[in-house]
Write a protein that binds this ligand. Structure first.
Ligand code: ZN
Length: 280
């Protein structure tokens, strides 16, 4: 293995660590070679392992219960943003889905369908510069707008070199078929815990983004344990489209994997434009 590939493999391994841990915990019949990863406490969306109990399941999940800057939220009012001036720009407009021998490409980690991507998509804001690591889906949407859920939401998870996170969320509504989703659905892993190979191909990020660049932004958290805070959130205002069969295919696979909306506390949601920065 060449040194640079080793680094890349390690970076992707970090991204895949929760998946590997789940695999190692016997969640699936899929064999994993990383059997020594510490077992995360299991969590889910129902009953005793559901969102209301996450904070008590494990000390590492405390922010899920006690955090005051949690995600998702209901977006109803926007106001002047707090903190530093906000600028956002996609330096790359294409996502390349990588072909890696060592790393799974599409995984069903028991909580969502996740697509890991190769390096090359950069997100720049006033706070930081982030690399896209993976994207995954929630049915129905996690963020609501004026209390209304959308049938599905995709999260593009970005990480900076100093270990901070930014997530771009896009909401789905019913419309024409999405070519991009069709590709993903046709490569769904067979069962929870499984991984599926995704052929090396270019996927245009624009296929996954609305024509309008209007977006909301706020500072929140991961929407799953450990609910880590200080995540920069960008939720695109206009929904993107997929047809009913596609939305149903995801819903049938994911069931309800949306965390309920969290209190805004003293946070403000900014409204602005992805290309032109955000109003303050
Ligand atoms: Zn998510």
């Amino acid at each position: 293995m060449k040194p640079h590939r080793t680094l890349r493999f390690l970076a992707l391994l970090l991204t895949a660590a929760p998946v590997i841990a789940l695999l190692a915990s016997g969640y699936s019949a899929t064999k994993s070679s990383s059997a020594k990863v510490a077992r995360p406490v299991h969590w889910g969306y129902e009953g005793h392992e559901g969102p209301r109990h996450w904070g008590a399941l494990d000390p590492a999940y405390a922010a899920c219960g006690k955090g005051t800057a949690q995600s998702p939220i209901d977006i109803s009012k926007t106001g002047p943003g707090t903190g530093k001036p906000w600028k956002l720009d996609y330096k790359s407009t294409s996502l390349r889905i990588a072909h890696h021998e060592h790393v799974v490409d599409i995984v069903d980690n028991g909580h969502t369908i996740q697509v890991t991507v190769d390096e090359g998509s950069t997100l720049t804001t006033a706070r930081n510069t982030y690399q896209l690591k993976q994207f995954h889906f929630h049915t129905p949407s996690e963020h609501t707008v004026n209390g209304k859920h959308f049938p599905m939401e995709v999260h593009f998870v970005h990480q900076s070199a100093d270990g901070n996170f930014a997530v771009v969320g896009a909401l789905f509504e019913e419309g024409p078929a999405s070519e991009h989703l069709a590709q993903i659905i046709s490569h769904f892993p067979k069962a929870k815990g499984d991984a599926a190979h995704f052929p090396d191909k270019q996927i245009d990020l624009q296929l996954h983004l609305p024509a309008s660049q209007a977006a909301y932004s706020y500072i929140g958290s991961f929407t799953t344990p450990p609910c880590t805070e200080n995540v920069e959130w960008i939720v695109l205002r206009d929904p993107i489209k997929a047809n009913r069969a596609q939305l149903e295919a995801f819903a049938a696979r994911l069931h309800h994997n949306n965390r309920p909306v969290q209190s805004l506390h003293d946070r403000k949601v900014s409204a602005g434009n992805v290309a032109g920065g955000f109003e303050r």
